[in-house]
Design a binder for this molecule. Structure first.
Ligand code: HEC
Length: 115
C-alpha cells in the first residue's frame, strides 16, 4: 500500500514537472526578432537616440561605428564601458541576441525597419 502511494506520488510529481516545464523553459528562450528590435529601439535608443543619431550616448549609425568590428561592438554591449553611462547587458541578453544586435547596428537594417 505504502509502496503504491509512493509510485502515485512520483507519477504526480512527474506530471507536474512535465506540465510546468514549458513555462520555465520559455524564460530562457531567445527573444523573437520583433521583441529584440523593440528592445534596441526603446532601451538602447533611450541613450543613443531613437534613430541612433546620439543623445547621452554617441550615435550608432553604420557610418558612426565604421571603425568598430562586429566583435568589438558585441564586447561593448556585453561588458558596457566602465566609468561611463554605458551599462553591461550580459545579464539581460543572450550571446545570440548581442551578436544579432551588433550585426543590425553595423548594417543599419534596424533603422530601415523603424523609420
Ligand atoms: C544609460 C545610457 C545608455 C544605454 C541605455 C545604452 N548605452 Fe551604449 N553607450 C552609452 C554611452 C554614454 C556610451 C559612450 C561610452 C564612452 O564614453 O566610451 C555608449 C557607447 C556605446 C557603444 C560604443 C560606441 C562607440 O562609438 O564607441 C556601443 C556600440 C553602444 N553603446 C551600444 C549600445 C547598445 C546596443 C545598447 C542597448 C543594448 C546601449 N548601448 C544602451 C550609454 C548608453
Amino acid at each position: 500500500m505504502a509502496r503504491r502511494m509512493g509510485d502515485r506520488f512520483r507519477y504526480l510529481l512527474l506530471m507536474v514537472v512535465l506540465t510546468l516545464w514549458p513555462a520555465f523553459a520559455h524564460s530562457a528562450e531567445k527573444k523573437t526578432e520583433a521583441e529584440l528590435r523593440n528592445f534596441v529601439v526603446q532601451d538602447c535608443g533611450s541613450c543613443h537616440g531613437l534613430t541612433f543619431k546620439g543623445g547621452l550616448g554617441p550615435p550608432l549609425r553604420p557610418s558612426d561605428i565604421e571603425q568598430l568590428p562586429v566583435a568589438a561592438i558585441e564586447a561593448i554591449i556585453r561588458e558596457g564601458v566602465p566609468g561611463t553611462a554605458m551599462p553591461p547587458w550580459k545579464a539581460l541578453l543572450t550571446d545570440d541576441d548581442m551578436a544579432w544586435i551588433s550585426r543590425q547596428l553595423k548594417s543599419g537594417a534596424l533603422l530601415e525597419k523603424t523609420r
